[in-house]
Design a protein around this ligand. Sequence first.
Ligand code: UDP
Length: 247
Amino acid sequence: MSETKNLIYAGKAKDVYETEKDDEVIVAFRDDITAGDGEKKDNLKGKGHCNSLISSKLFEVLESNNIKTQYIKLIENGSMLSKKLDMIPLEVIARNIATGSLLKRFPFEENQKLDPPIIQMDFKNDEYHDPMLNDEITISLGIATQEELDEIKNITLKINKILSEFLKEKGILLVDFKLEFGKDEKGNIVLGDEISPDTCRYWDIDTLETLDKDSFRKGQDNVMDIYEQVCNMIVNKEDLAKWGVSF
Ligand code: UDP
């Protein structure tokens, strides 16, 4: 970043900095990558740039479809100017195909189509290892009200439709993904965080090949090649050129 700002929050792969405006923050994508509750770690040069470009594009697609997001604009490669939100400690997962942890916990068939999609809420809490919630537990813990949960589920289903259609045109099958929401100063529920290969499962629509962080989870040696490929598939050439990216 060009100026030194105060760090408000450091996550596993992103940092959040304050700006001169009270209601805006800068979200800076780092090259760190983690998996398995933070047990597996690495640093992949250029991953932060890739994820910031992919997230920006997907937030722009959602905004143009009337979904409220935290995103304002990409201010430099890897850094996004965003509205400040009071984050809700939920990992909202939408699933179109059964894979990953769902298969470890429940007797779904591998790659079974989930229609209607499954929405799952996990408690974002490292100490408790992000346990799965139900509405009653979430409400009792004071995380959200029933009305807020219903709204979050509705928005997530809309996002799933919009992104599935957009990505299909790019040759990508949206298998599952994780979202995080927060509240703005008026109490509106707004989409925050990121939407990138770190937080989604993308499969090549023809070959069903992994195009996301599963490549890192599985120990493949071409993780960065895959992130760059996805960036090329999702972000248009003009934007890549504007941010000085050529893969
Ligand atoms: N996910 C995430 N952060 C988490 C847990 C899951 O971004 O802390 C994403 C993950 O990348 C996948 C989806 O949510 O796209 C569903 O993940 P799953 O429950 O299958 O868990 P995993 O296999 O990642 O342990």
